[in-house]
Design a protein around this ligand. Structure first.
Ligand code: FAD
Length: 468
């Protein structure tokens, strides 16, 4: 078959890119090695983790917060099987949605592993071993990533597990040890802590969610400890893990060489993700992934060193996020037809779906200091928000960073209720290069969590927050 575009991989980068290609009139095919579309995000990432986060949040609220609202419950129980079945149903609805969209957009799909024979010829190796060759003028590699393993720590997928197995546990762990205090570890740790597990987080860095603005990690750690009893071993390097029956023992040491030994029944290794290029046959077209992280090198237009071969999403540099992958899919489709799309990598929001949620866009204080940019900062606490008081979600704050001279908003960092949604306002404002005063003068509905952003913007504008 001859196509204008073949997309290898059907995650958010691949499927969105394919749909945009089809919208633009390109004859498009997608090759996916698994039987369902949607990649990591829909099958073992964003969507299932949020389904479990929602279930566990309901349970935790029922167990700990309903009483203050005057709601009494007895015999509260969590049915783990039902929780996992519901999560699987949510996945099925989403992946079926992509099958529908492919049909609607007349996108051909092939189940199997795609590999390069040459830059215009892709071999599809199906599960039964049979093969088929497809031709295309352009190829988009969207093969995503897989969990990074620690060389000295074998994952048995039963007791020492990755995020994928953690989304399918059949029981609530008694003591869950999470290696890595990043987004995925904290989200999955929260799920099981809310359901009653003791959760210990071991993190090599001195703070959790270390790539985000420093204030956010500190506040999140405080709240997770207070609300969920999570314990943290920061500045600790994991040195090994062993299993014996149902027992997992993890050893770690701090900078002074003092060791801790933690005994649990499950251990999630969530130390990052590595670009996935296995089986692609990149060597046939002379592409060599980078030594560190295995990423496929691309230019500023997401084209590899081979003309007409593009790569997007987790398999290339930049944030490993679904919405970044999606935007890159659209970007490449539009480039192929000669349009001039644009992605502002500075304005890709990052979110952690703990409770309170954490969300960020733009520069952190640490980055502004390092770049020598003169900035001012305004913060506002959710404690002073009427909406947060009404819902009982008063932990957290909003911080607005703005240029000292021009007042342009340079970064917004939120920890608090529905931060994942509130950040969208900051992204829009920053896309239009708003000043802090612009946000402070926009009418915000009352009572909403977004008023806290307005107040923080006012705080950054000559300390004018009203309710501070
Ligand atoms: P992927 O989604 O990884 O898809 C790649 C696809 O390519 C896969 O289906 C794979 O089977 C297929 N493939 C690979 N090689 C071949 C081949 N040779 N032939 C055919 N098919 C192939 N991001 C967010 O933005 N928000 C979140 O809330 C979020 N939560 C997450 C939670 C967890 C637990 C995890 C693990 C990740 C989460 N992420 C989240 C990250 C997000 O899932 C990824 O950034 C996103 O899926 C990357 O999209 P992609 O299209 O680049 O690749």
């Amino acid at each position: 078959m001859q196509y204008d575009v073949i997309v290898i991989g059907s995650g958010p980068g691949g499927y969105v890119g394919a749909i945009r290609c089809a919208q633009l009139g390109l004859k498009t095919a997608v090759i996916e090695k698994y039987s369902t579309f949607g990649g990591t995000c829909l099958n073992v990432g964003c969507i299932p983790s949020k389904a479990l986060l929602d279930t566990s949040e309901h349970y935790h609220n029922a167990a700990h917060n309903f009483e203050t609202h005057g709601i009494e419950l007895s015999n509260l129980k969590i049915d783990v099987k039902k929780m996992i079945d519901r999560k699987n149903d949510v996945i099925a609805q989403n992946t079926a949605g992509i099958t529908f969209l492919f049909k609607k957009n007349k996108i051909d799909s092939y189940e199997g592993v795609g590999s390069f024979i040459d830059k215009n010829t892709i071999k599809v190796t199906k599960n039964d071993g049979s093969t088929e060759e497809l031709k295309a003028k352009n190829v988009i590699i969207a093969t995503g990533s897989k969990p990074t393993a620690l060389p000295f720590l074998p994952i048995d997928k039963k007791r020492i597990i990755t995020s994928t197995e953690a989304l399918n546990l059949q029981e609530v762990p008694k003591h869950l040890i999470v290696i890595g205090g990043g987004v995925i570890g904290l989200e999955l740790g929260s799920v099981y802590a809310r359901l009653g597990a003791k959760v210990s987080v071991v993190e090599f860095a001195k703070s959790i969610i270390g790539t985000m603005d420093g204030g956010l990690g500190k506040e999140l750690q405080r709240v997770l400890k207070k609300n969920l009893g999570m314990e943290f071993f920061l500045g600790h390097k994991v040195t090994g893990a062993t299993t014996e029956g149902e027992k997992v023992t993890v050893t770690a040491e701090d900078a002074k060489g003092q060791t801790v030994e933690l005994e649990g029944d499950y251990c999630i290794v969530s130390v990052g993700r590595t670009a996935y290029t296995e089986g692609l046959g990149l060597e046939s077209i002379g592409i060599k992934p980078e030594e560190r992280g295995n990423k496929i090198p691309v230019n500023e237009h997401l084209e590899t060193s081979v003309e007409g071969v593009y790569a997007i999403g987790d398999v290339v540099k930049g944030a490993m996020l679904a919405h970044k992958a999606e935007d890159e899919g659209i970007y490449v489709a539009e480039r192929i037809v000669g349009q001039k799309p644009h992605i502002d990598y500075n304005l890709i929001p990052g979110v952690v779906y703990t409770w309170p949620e954490v969300a960020s866009v733009g520069k952190t204080e640490e980055q502004l200091k390092e770049a020598g940019v003169k900035y001012k900062s305004g913060s506002f606490s959710f404690k002073a928000s009427g909406r947060a008081k009404a819902s009982g979600d008063t932990d957290g704050f909003v911080k607005v960073l703005a240029n000292s001279e021009t007042d342009e908003v340079l970064g917004v960092h939120i920890i608090g209720p529905r931060a994942a949604d509130v950040i969208a306002e900051a992204v829009v404002a920053m896309e239009y290069r708003a000043s802090a005063e612009d946000i402070g003068r926009i009418c915000h509905a009352h009572p909403t969590y977004t008023e806290t952003l307005k107040e923080a913007a006012l705080a950054a504008t000559a300390n004018r927050a009203i309710h501070a």
